[in-house]
Design a protein around this ligand. Sequence first.
Ligand code: BDR
Ligand code: CA
Length: 312
Amino acid sequence: KHHIILDVDTGKDDALALMLAVRHPDLEVRAVTCVEGNTSLEQVVANTLRVLDLVGAPSDLPVAAGARTPLVEPPRDASMFHGANGLGDLTLPEPTRTVSELHAVELLRRELLAAEEPLTLVTLAPLTNVALLLRMHPEVRDRIGRIVMMGGSASRGNATAVAEFNVWHDPEAAHVVLTSGVPVTLYGLDVFDRVVADDDVIARLRASDDAVARTAGELLAHEFVDPRTGERKPYRKIGDAGAVVALVAPELFAFETWPVQVDLAPGLGRGQTLVDRRDAAGEDLVHGLRGPWPLVDVALDVDPRAVLELFL
Ligand code: BDR
Ligand code: CA
């Protein structure tokens, strides 16, 4: 069993990831921490509590609220894709569970220190909470076995031409995490964008006699309005849930280990993850500017059908 902590900005696809993580027999979720990202921190917490109720997570599973703003820049939400409430405007019942009185950083610290073995952090959101944890409590670093991070891209971006939303929202935080020495698996847009539910998958979910599956179907069916054309468009990606799949079924992906850095400079490239896929990487002048680049396992290819089946 993998013992994990999820860091989320729920978010339609964070909701799908929570559902899968709570229900997957090979995973034990020890805590969930929330960060501002797709929507406001308050809304992220409310959405997370509601989704955990729906999926029947243990009532004592701790959920904590964390950072409200990125380390340097003001927050910028993604309501365009996720709807005004972050959950595709789906209304779930008021939560029965409550948020912890602890800050997310403190909950992370306590869970990591209390665990009998190092935990895996699955980060599905901007990395502000995890960066603050690593800076405030560097002693917990060795208690993190691995970080599976939805973030970045070795090709195009989504928030900008080159930057993926979670890294773009808090590039400094992503930099802190990538250079921390904790092993990182990057689940970026190269695979994230390819796991797309088709009509059949959505119909199967919507017709299910399981309320969680039906909600997953509604989340996947939610359409967003393209700001360029005003058209309603399907999104349909299982998104962050794919990062959970990458943890339980890595054989469905192809990973390669490459040096990775985040572009922190102001300008058009800010927030881009530079994945240096050159053969002789690591020996040139550019690398010399910041010392050796951290080596990261980057998911570059995926069997989308198999991932969808596992998700279903
Ligand atoms: C990431 O950004 C958010 O909008 C999604 O929840 C996902 O974590 C994709 O770039
Ligand atoms: Ca997310």
